[in-house]
Design a protein around this ligand. Structure first.
Ligand code: F6R
Length: 610
């Protein structure tokens, strides 16, 4: 969701900005632009265009501004339709200031009226343009001060890059509720919304905190708080490799990331599966704390929310602690009953999802302890939590979340087993049984990934389906929600997930000759009930794709049109592996339909606005 890149140094800025923006394409965007200053002209040179970066690149072939300081942006429209004029960067009235912005300025109408009363004319429909004019209005020869003064008038969220013709040796960056990092190079420095954009040039970064401002020169970076006081910040060294953020021979990031699931799950589990025990690093929820814990809220959005639904089933089953799973966007506005005897688990791959971050703050304000499950180190959600469990999935670039989900489930199971053992609701032997089973999971997923051809063939016969249902019971229902989301977000096929027992209360009316129904059967205790549900939909003409353990294949084949098997494993833990065939199914359906798999329409990877 909007990407920002900024550069100052001894090289031409445009190629660096474009290359950086390409690395941020995964975030989702509908237009792009660059603003560059060469130190001589009266104005900043801005080139921008609606559409993919290739459209901007073509425009730059006709006219490529020269300059060694610049800012670039990929825009995901919020205020004003995607078009050339609304694209960023936005220049101020007299052209001395240019701004790129990620976020939403909530009071932009008031600011616009104020600026109009002072004679400012607006070219675009965006909220961002007020920032450019306001910085110009506040500019009295000191860009840092002008930006700080402007920030004090802004309500909402922002990550900003600001350049000015009067200050050719520096640019200003700032953030609030929207991610921004500063990359530290040799005689060159950078800003970016995410690490991959600058990883080619440096592994040393500063992670800006909320309401901090950076003054970036080619040989120095100074960070200030909103009062203009200097802030000291440690350098964060990125230790993952750039190849993790590249396709490496795969056709799409999504299939690469599905194939990386065994590694992602192993990296998440291994450091926590020591000898015969589970060791949750520095999370340190003691026996005493867990004994008095009254309730757990799991809060998240989208795929992370679905991981939370699995977490609810697993944690309640093993620990007997009541768990509520909440959509972050609902939780934050519904005056939730939360207090200091409650634990809030916030799950987020990016760690920057605004709804989840706001819900976290709401839970914290009401006294709950916050344990977050986050993939991006140093992200906002991680930094604002009392304890963080990092999922070591590596960078996830495809918009559709895959390997992050498996690792989030790994976290849910580790919590369930650890908490239950400490509360005495499972025995040491039971904990050991689950622990050993978790240890096997990466190799089981590997097998599923290697056997993916059958799913591809099945998809090739059904990719024109108009509507696809997912039905399951218990944990398979939780799994179905995620399978259905994955399918609809990238294949654009209508899909719904239903609890098997709920069919007869309405949904079954929608099953007709040829309707495709995906049915996971991985829960031993609900196996027969689920077989009955399959018979029900088959009797109405449905085509059934079943997903079950190898040991049940022969039995299920009698009823389903195709059976996808997963290796035999504990019912409770099966979702970590059983999701993979569903992700593969969604992937192949999308490829066959000719969709832009990694960048599905209207979606962004990191949703940093409401
Ligand atoms: C679906 C998907 C989204 C995200 C959701 C939360 O494939 O990617 O539903 O899961 O936007 O994002 P994070 O986990 O970054 O908070």
């Amino acid at each position: 969701m909007c990407g920002i890149v900024g550069y100052i140094g001894n090289k031409q800025a445009v190629p660096i900005l474009i290359e950086g923006l390409k690395k941020l394409e995964y975030r989702g965007y509908d237009s792009a632009g660059v603003a560059v200053y060469n130190g001589n002209d009266d104005n900043i040179n801005v080139v921008k265009a609606k559409g993919r970066l290739s459209v901007l690149e073509n425009k730059l072939k006709t006219y490529c501004p020269d300059g060694m300081m610049g800012i670039g942006h990929t825009r995901w429209a919020t205020h004003g339709e995607p078009n050339d004029v609304n694209s960023h960067p936005h220049a101020s009235q007299n052209g001395i200031i240019a701004v790129v912005h990620n976020g939403i300025i909530e009071n932009y109408m008031q600011l616009k009226e104020f600026l109009q009363s002072k004679g400012y004319c607006f070219q675009s429909d965006t909220d961002t343009e007020v920032i450019a004019h306001l910085v110009e209005y506040n500019y009295r020869g000191d860009l840092l001060n002008a930006v700080i003064k402007t920030l004090n008038d802004l309500e909402g969220s922002y990550a900003l890059g600001v350049i000015c013709t009067q200050c050719p040796d520096e640019f200003i960056a700032a953030r609030k509720d929207s991610p921004l990092i500063v990359g530290i190079g040799k005689n060159e420095n950078f800003i970016a919304s995410d690490i991959p954009a600058i990883l080619k040039y440096t592994r040393d970064i500063y992670i800006l905190e909320d309401k901090e401002i950076a003054c970036v020169k080619k040989d120095s970076v100074s960070i200030y708080n909103i009062l203009g006081e200097k802030v000291k910040r440690d350098i964060f060294h990125v230790d993952w490799d750039i190849s993790s953020a590249e396709k490496g021979g795969f056709e799409h990031f999504m299939i690469k990331e599905i194939c990386e699931e065994p590694k992602a799950v192993k990296s998440t589990l291994s450091p926590r599966l020591k000898d015969s025990k589970i060791v949750l690093d520095n999370i340190n929820l003691t026996k005493e704390y867990l004994a008095q814990l009254e309730k757990i809220y799991i809060i998240a959005c989208g795929t992370a929310y679905h991981a939370g639904v699995v977490g609810k089933y697993a944690i309640e089953k093993l620990t007997r602690i009541p768990v509520e799973v909440e959509l972050a966007s609902e939780f934050r506005y519904r005056d939730p009953i939360v207090n200091k005897n409650h634990l809030s688990i916030v799950i987020s791959q990016s760690g920057e999802t605004l709804d989840s971050l706001m819900a976290l703050r709401e839970a914290k304000k009401r006294g709950a302890r916050i344990l977050s499950v986050v993939n991006v180190v140093g992200s906002s959600i991680a930094r604002e939590s009392d304890n963080v469990f990092y999922t070591w999935a590596g960078p996830e670039i495809a918009v559709a979340s895959t390997k992050a989900y498996n690792t989030q489930l790994s976290a849910m199971y580790l919590f369930a087993i650890d908490f239950a053992l400490k509360r005495g609701t499972i025995s040491v032997d039971e904990a050991k049984k689950y622990r050993n089973e978790l240890d096997r999971i990466p190799s089981l997923i590997e097998k599923i990934v290697n056997d993916r051809e059958k799913i591809q063939k099945f998809a090739s016969r059904h990719y024109n389906a108009k509507s696809i249902f997912f039905i399951g019971r218990g944990l398979d229902y939780a799994l179905s929600m995620e399978g259905s989301l994955k399918l609809k977000e990238i294949s654009y096929i209508h899909s719904e997930a239903y609890a098997g027992g709920e069919l007869k209360h309405g949904t079954i009316a929608l099953i007709e000759e040829g309707t495709l129904v995906v049915c996971p059967l991985t829960q031993e205790s609900l196996f027969d009930k689920m077989l009955s549900n399959i018979k029900e939909v088959k009797a109405r003409g449905a085509v059934v794709m079943a997903i079950t353990h190898e040991k049940h294949a022969l039995m299920v084949e009698k009823y389903a049109d195709i059976v996808i098997t997963i290796p035999d494993m504990e019912s409770l833990l099966s979702p970590i592996a059983a999701i993979t065939p569903m992700q593969l199914f969604a992937y192949y359906m999308s490829v066959l339909k000719g969709n832009d798999v990694d960048k599905p329409r209207n979606l962004a990877k990191s949703v940093t606005v409401e």
